[in-house]
Design a protein around this ligand. Structure first.
Ligand SMILES: Nc1ccn([C@@H]2O[C@H](COP(=O)(O)OP(=O)(O)OP(=O)(O)O)[C@@H](O)[C@H]2O)c(=O)n1
Ligand SMILES: C[C@](O)(CO)[C@H](O)COP(=O)(O)O
Length: 264
């Protein structure tokens, strides 16, 4: 991507998941959050950041509700919809194709991270403009993390798993979206996905992993606790509370505060 203050940025939004863990009985991006769909909130954050030249959203097959949300959000920045795939990675690949050519950088964003503050998008794009080929937002890890293995057969009466080790927490980061990439690097990495076997492809849980596997350096910028991934009913309750707080105090509660650091 050319080092430029105004790179041409496209945004892929993946919104084709079924939301099994949320258990709402609707595709997750359709679920109401403070009276609007989760997808509508996600698109609002992207558009408010002012970074996007165009947006392509992967939606579930035959989903007219989410297609309508895309049409409603489309204006100066066109928002188109394509049918998603069976996995998140497949949905990204399809929306990448739908985004079209002639972009310097591409951001991949989860609709499920619907309340991501606009400044996180700006931070990612600034790092791309400064020369990074891959940039992801991240936050420090608050819990101590253990690796686990199955207990031995004669230990199963105690518990099914036991601790194998404790990684140094100061080196761990929880990563979020939007994840930003040089357009050519991301497109090439997604071509490599097509050549993978199903097991290997299943293990690719974010786009940064794909470009890492191609030898691209990935840089971290500060994310935001407000970019939580709405996965469970408790996350939806947190998101509702966050929207209510924003309505009381003005947009993103973290706006105008110092940029957070990645260390805890
Ligand atoms: N086949 C898929 C699976 C997921 N996603 C998107 O990827 C993001 C992260 O996925 P996740 O939060 O796990 O969503 P779901 O797959 O819907 O959740 P669940 O696993 O509980 O069904 C979401 O915005 C989701 O819509 C997608 O576009 N296509
Ligand atoms: C991309 C992601 O949101 C980064 O944290 C995450 O890996 C998505 O995981 P999921 O299992 O598809 O929800």
């Amino acid at each position: 991507m050319p080092r430029s203050s105004t790179p041409r940025i496209g945004v892929v939004v993946v919104a084709a998941g079924s939301g099994q863990r949320l258990g709402y009985g609707l595709p997750k991006a359709q679920v109401p959050l403070a009276g609007r769909t989760i997808l509508a909130h996600a698109l609002e954050g992207i558009l408010a950041s002012g970074i996007a030249e165009r947006i392509c959203v992967a939606v579930p097959p035959r989903d007219s509700v989410l297609r309508e949300v895309c049409t409603g959000a489309s204006g100066q920045v066109p928002v188109t919809a394509v049918e998603g795939g069976a996995s998140r990675a497949a949905s990204v690949s399809r929306a990448l194709a739908g985004l079209g050519p002639d972009l310097d950088g591409i951001l991949v964003h989860d609709a499920a991270r619907a309340l991501t503050p606009p400044e996180v998008f700006v931070r990612v794009v600034e790092a791309l403009a400064a020369g990074a080929k891959a940039v992801i937002p991240a936050v420090p890890v608050a819990d101590t993390i253990k690796t686990a293995v199955p207990s031995a057969a004669d230990q199963q009466a105690i518990a099914g798993e036991k601790v194998a080790g404790t990684p140094d927490r100061s080196l761990l980061r929880a990563v979020q979206t939007p994840q930003g990439f040089d357009a050519a690097a991301l497109t090439a990495a997604h071509r490599s996905l097509a050549a993978m076997g199903p097991l290997e492809a299943e293990g690719i849980t974010d786009d940064a992993m794909l470009v890492e596997s191609q030898g691209t350096e990935v840089f971290l910028v500060p994310g935001s606790p407000e970019a939580l991934k709405i996965t469970t009913p408790l996350d939806l309750m947190t998101a509702e509370a966050l929207v209510a707080a924003r309505d009381r105090t003005g947009p993103p509660a973290t706006a105008n505060q110092p940029v957070p650091t990645l260390e805890d």
